[in-house]
Write a new protein. Structure first.
Length: 195
């Protein structure tokens, strides 16, 4: 008779398996394997330049570095546009916003300066991340211990805010000349006259 395992029973069985593996010396092998992958744990940071002709926004200056003491890199600020729709008329008002993105491994320290000035408070959302930025006048700093997307709000502004988009580092990126890869290289932006 096969009875279905409850979640608790399954977790207990998994724990017993790990314990048994530890008692037979398997964890010693795993520890050596992790030591050889030490390079994969080293802090890394990859930033991306803004393509030519891409609109930018000037509300923020953003720098990033691997925490705690990497070299600061200034990020290009993208300009996404957000639209607030009037539910009665269906018309909308378009707002400019700001966005940066980068990939990292380890921890990343982010420094955001609000160039419009007058910063009285700053919030990094989602609140579930529990990030309380250090506020130094119009500049704030915070650290991400792993890649998370976040939004930096200054003075409760919901449209003119900074979207921080981050990704994990790819441990084995594909090669452009791999026969099993379809590679699409950088595209040039059409000139405004062509749009």
């Amino acid at each position: 008779m096969n009875t279905p395992l409850s979640r608790r029973t399954a977790l207990q069985a998994a724990g017993a398996t790990v314990l048994a593996a530890g008692l037979t010396g398997v964890t010693g092998t795993a520890a050596r394997a992790d030591a050889t992958g030490a390079d994969q744990a080293a802090p890394k940071l990859v930033t991306y330049p803004l393509p030519a002709g891409m609109p930018t926004n000037t509300s923020f200056k953003v720098r990033v570095r691997t925490a705690p003491d990497g070299d600061w890199q200034t990020l290009d600020i993208w300009r996404p546009q957000l639209e607030e729709i009037n539910p009665t008329t269906g018309s909308g008002k378009v707002y400019n916003s700001s966005m940066v993105y980068f990939d990292f491994q380890g921890s990343a320290e982010i420094e955001v300066t609000y160039l419009k000035g007058g910063t009285t408070k700053a919030r990094v959302r989602p609140d579930a991340l529990g990030i309380k930025p250090e506020l130094l006048g119009d500049t704030l700093r915070f650290t991400l211990d792993e890649p998370h997307d976040a939004v930096v709000q200054i003075n409760d502004e919901i449209f003119d805010c900074l979207h921080v988009v981050t990704n994990h580092m790819d441990p084995a990126p594909p090669s452009a000349d791999d026969p099993d890869v379809l590679y699409f290289g950088p595209a040039s932006m059409p000139s405004p006259a062509m749009c």
